[in-house]
Design a protein around this ligand. Structure first.
Ligand SMILES: NC(=O)c1ccc[n+]([C@@H]2O[C@H](COP(=O)([O-])OP(=O)(O)OC[C@H]3O[C@@H](n4cnc5c(N)ncnc54)[C@H](OP(=O)(O)O)[C@@H]3O)[C@@H](O)[C@H]2O)c1
Length: 178
């Protein structure tokens, strides 16, 4: 199973605009790209904060063909919302979770943020690709793409313009030389 981190950020590296939750700053072109890209994944993993914001934004519910896994240290709080095999809440270690999803037949997993979950998966060496939309915006503050230090090496796979001003960059995570 491949894991692809998908995010939209400002040019200066923030995935939220200041303290405003969500990715409402994303351009129409990125939103279109994001919706189309998600159709290629049978699984989405996100942190509890991102899940709650997605609920508030009215994001469509998951389906058995496109299951959603939410990381929280208190999965029991969400027992009433959970639907086995469709919407799960877990405090499992990322490696354990990825191994289980693979065993259960998932082929492509979208890592949908936020910063804490990005860092958790990168630190565990579980991210295969990163698809990053860079919007022509500067925020100077907000939630950063990553919540912890890393030294991850990437290889550029593809780049394309989205709309007039945004850039979609696709990278593979590769071993660092030396
Ligand atoms: N621009 C974008 O592309 C984009 C993408 C995604 C999200 N976002 C935005 O980013 C913000 C959220 O990012 P964030 O970094 O604050 O939060 P997050 O990564 O979405 O969620 C953090 C939560 O994940 C859970 N968690 C973290 N580590 C865990 C572990 N080891 N085991 C189990 N659970 C763990 C904890 O939930 P509990 O507190 O329940 O234990 C923690 O509070 C939101 O505003 C969201 O809308 C933007």
């Amino acid at each position: 199973m491949r894991v692809t981190l998908i995010a939209v950020q400002s040019l200066d590296g923030f995935i939220t605009r200041h303290d405003a939750p969500g990715a409402g700053f994303a351009s129409a072109a990125d939103q279109k790209h994001f919706r189309a890209a998600l159709r290629g994944f049978d699984c989405g993993v996100m942190g509890r904060a991102t899940y709650e914001q997605a609920q508030a934004d009215g994001v469509p519910p998951p389906t058995p063909a496109r299951r959603r896994v939410v990381l929280t240290r208190t999965p029991e709080r969400f027992a009433a919302e959970a639907v086995p095999g469709v919407l799960e809440f877990t405090d499992a270690q990322p490696a354990e979770m990825v191994a289980r999803l693979r065993r259960e037949g998932c082929r492509a997993c979208a890592l949908l943020g936020g910063a804490q979950v990005h860092s958790l998966f990168l630190a565990a060496g579980l991210v295969d690709e990163l698809w990053l939309t860079v919007e022509a915006r500067l925020f100077g503050g907000g939630t950063p793409l990553l919540a912890a230090r890393t030294d991850t090496c990437l290889r550029l796979l593809a780049h394309e313009g989205l709309g007039d001003d945004a850039l979609l960059l696709k990278y593979a995570v590769v071993p660092c030389a030396g």
